[in-house]
Design a binder for this molecule. Structure first.
Ligand SMILES: NC(=O)c1ccc[n+]([C@@H]2O[C@H](COP(=O)([O-])OP(=O)(O)OC[C@H]3O[C@@H](n4cnc5c(N)ncnc54)[C@H](O)[C@@H]3O)[C@@H](O)[C@H]2O)c1
Length: 311
């Protein structure tokens, strides 16, 4: 791969992905607005080996400046916290939809060979049973997932109308190093480490498929290298867990008591279950390398050794 633009590369998944690019010797440019969710600290060990631009994907000038000279675009940049989107959807519409539009428009004017948009399993909505495949109908059910679905549709329209060479990945819930402590897994880990109560929505029965962030990164790389233009790929960890059981795994690894678990009022419109069929991505030769327990041990170790990140 030649020069890669990573938007949102100072955030959780983005900074992990940038490390993979640097390790493989690719030229990486990061465009990031450095919102509360992104930080240069997340890139401190690779800072000298990347080109960093502080900017907003929704600002045409920033999108244009960053895309110029890049052959591959990987769009991670987004507002991502569902609870925040329920409180105020507007920043989500701006960054996730207007941002996608500005990037696509800039990609039209430059010779972008591949445009990879990072989406989410949440666009399918809740799965009563079975597993979603890439051709299933989208049914987003909260403001965050609605903006992610809108961005996908805009991308598909631009590919169809203007020939943008688009691929989309839809991943399940990520966990791992550098995830903001407002999200479920890091909140559970950091509270448990401090012997603080661990808040669980409702009765903790909602189910998510968890993927260790490095496995998502290898999945995205497989799509870039071997995926077909115009295709969508589900990337899931194959680790379905009820939230309560994910929290119990953390307590077990840390040797902490279950009395730390505390149940709080459920999120409005909380999707019950997300589940992905990942056969299509696996046909590219990719599969996740971590069980939930193995990924969680690495994650907990990282939060223990990097208190600067969350304290
Ligand atoms: N974390 C997950 O479990 C998960 C699952 C599926 C899909 N995704 C998708 O993966 C992508 C990355 O998620 P994450 O968890 O790393 O998010 P994050 O919130 O940790 O990081 C987002 C990054 O994007 C930057 N950003 C936000 N708005 C921007 C803008 N307008 N212009 C430039 N930069 C901007 C932030 O500063 C931050 O660095 C998102 O598109 C998200 O929808 C995440």
């Amino acid at each position: 791969m030649s020069s890669v633009l990573v938007t949102g590369g100072a955030g959780f998944i983005g900074c992990n992905f940038v490390r993979f690019l640097v390790k493989e010797g690719h030229e990486a440019t990061v465009l990031d607005k450095l919102t509360y969710a992104g930080s240069m600290e997340n890139l401190k060990d690779v800072k000298g080996r990347i080109n960093f631009i502080k900017g907003d994907i929704a600002e045409k000038r920033d999108a244009e400046k960053a895309i110029k000279g890049c052959e591959i675009v990987v769009n991670f940049a987004a507002e991502t916290h569902v609870d925040r989107s329920i409180q105020d959807p507007e920043p989500f519409i701006r960054s996730n939809v207007f941002g996608m539009h500005a990037l696509l428009d800039a990609a039209r004017r430059h010779d972008v060979k591949k445009f990879i948009h990072i989406s989410t399993d949440e666009v399918y909505g809740s799965a009563a049973k079975g597993f979603f495949i890439e051709t299933d109908t989208l049914s987003p059910r909260n403001p965050y997932s609605a903006t992610k679905a809108a961005a996908e549709q805009l991308g598909i329209a631009y590919a169809n109308t203007y020939g943008i060479k688009l691929m989309i990945t839809r991943s399940s819930n990520n966990y791992g190093p550098y995830q903001n402590a407002e999200k479920f897994i890091p909140k559970m880990i950091t509270n448990a480490l401090q012997n603080k109560q661990m808040p669980i929505y409702g009765a903790g029965k909602n189910i998510r498929d968890w993927i260790f962030v490095e496995d998502n990164c290898t999945g995205i790389l497989a799509v870039i290298k071997k995926g077909r233009t115009g295709e969508i790929y589900n990337i899931g960890g194959g680790n379905e867990k009820r939230n309560i059981d994910a929290a119990r795994t953390i307590l077990k690894i840390l040797g902490k008591p279950e009395s730390l678990l505390t149940f709080v009022a459920d999120r409005p419109g909380h999707d019950f279950r997300y589940a992905l069929d990942t056969a299509k991505a696996r046909k590219l030769g990719w599969k996740p390398a971590h069980t939930f327990e193995a990924g969680m041990k690495k994650t907990i170790e990282w939060y223990k050794n990097n208190t600067w990140f969350w304290q």
